[in-house]
Structure formats: C-alpha cells, structure tokens
Design a protein around this ligand. Structure first.
Ligand SMILES: [Zn+2]
Length: 166
C-alpha cells in the first residue's frame, strides 16, 4: 500500500493532470497535513468490516491488539491512511522496504476498501498477499487504486512488504 502515500508516484489516467504544475506541485509542510477525517471509536470502521472502528482497526492502531492475518493488517493499514496514523503505518512496514516517513496528501479522501483476493496470510503462514481496490476522491474527483500487496509475518506480527499495481 505504498501507493497510498504521495511519496510513491500515483498512476493517473489523466496525463495532463500529471504534467500540469498545478497546486499538487506546491511544496507542503509535513507538519501541517490538514485535518484528518473524523473517525469515531463507535462509528463505522473505515475498512468496511461490519464493526465499530474502536472494536476493529482501532484496536490495532492503539496497540491493544495485533492484526492476526495479512488481510486484517491490510485493512488496518487502509484505515490508518484514513485517520492518518503515520506511526502505525511505519510500525507495520517491513524494515527492508520501510520509508523514512509517511506523507499524507491533505487533498486525498479515502472512501472505501474492497478486498479482491487473499492468498495465505493466516497465522499458519509466514507470507501472504492481498489484492484490493481502494477508492478515493482527490480534490473532489473520484479515483481508485488497485494493488496486490505482499506481507510477511515474524514473531506473530504481520508486516507490509511491498505491492504491485493492477
Ligand atoms: Zn476495520
């Protein structure tokens, strides 16, 4: 899910948007990423499971629990992008591929996650892959990101390794 941070080039179906030196190219202070969308502990979890955020991905974000499967980690990382929890994203990133920091695009609003396919990634595996579509609006314009993410497990903790688009 590295593609969900703006550090990684995003695929765009509008080349003119990428070429134009619009407001996107304006330098932004990492210290002022803009307010994250409000997600309440008793509100619906952004990851789409039928549970409250506090009972679902929120438990992983606070460290009260550890995601038991690659898919739950994937969901919780998506939710971390929604609530802009950089510390959680870094903590669940494999050391070999972990960036120095995570920079959120304040114009990005993640609007939904759909899991397309999961392979392995249970407590009995050491690796797993999760294919998903994450939907968003960027400056009001809808878009979606498709990725197949790879995960590895060590000592009972699942970590995000990397992902391929498409
Ligand atoms: Zn959740």
């Amino acid at each position: 899910m590295a593609g969900m941070s703006r550090r990684t080039p995003r695929r765009t179906s509008r080349p003119e948007a990428a070429a134009a030196p619009g407001p996107k190219a304006r330098p932004r202070s990492a210290a002022a990423p803009g307010p994250a969308p409000a997600v309440r502990p008793d509100g619906p979890c952004p990851c789409g499971l039928p549970a409250a955020y506090g009972e679902c991905c929120g438990r992983f974000h606070t460290g009260a629990a550890t995601a038991p499967t690659a898919e739950r980690l994937m969901r919780s990382r998506y939710s971390a992008f929604v609530v802009r929890d950089a510390a959680y994203l870094l903590a669940t990133w494999a050391p070999a591929t972990r960036p120095r920091d995570v920079d959120f695009d304040p114009d990005m609003r993640w609007t939904g996650l759909e899991i397309l396919d999961t392979r392995d990634g249970t407590p009995f595996h050491t690796t797993g892959t999760v294919a998903f579509t994450a939907r968003y609006t960027h400056r009001g314009e809808p878009g979606e990101l498709r990725e197949r993410s790879r995960f590895e497990q060590a000592g009972g903790r699942w970590l995000y390794v990397d992902g391929t688009f498409g």
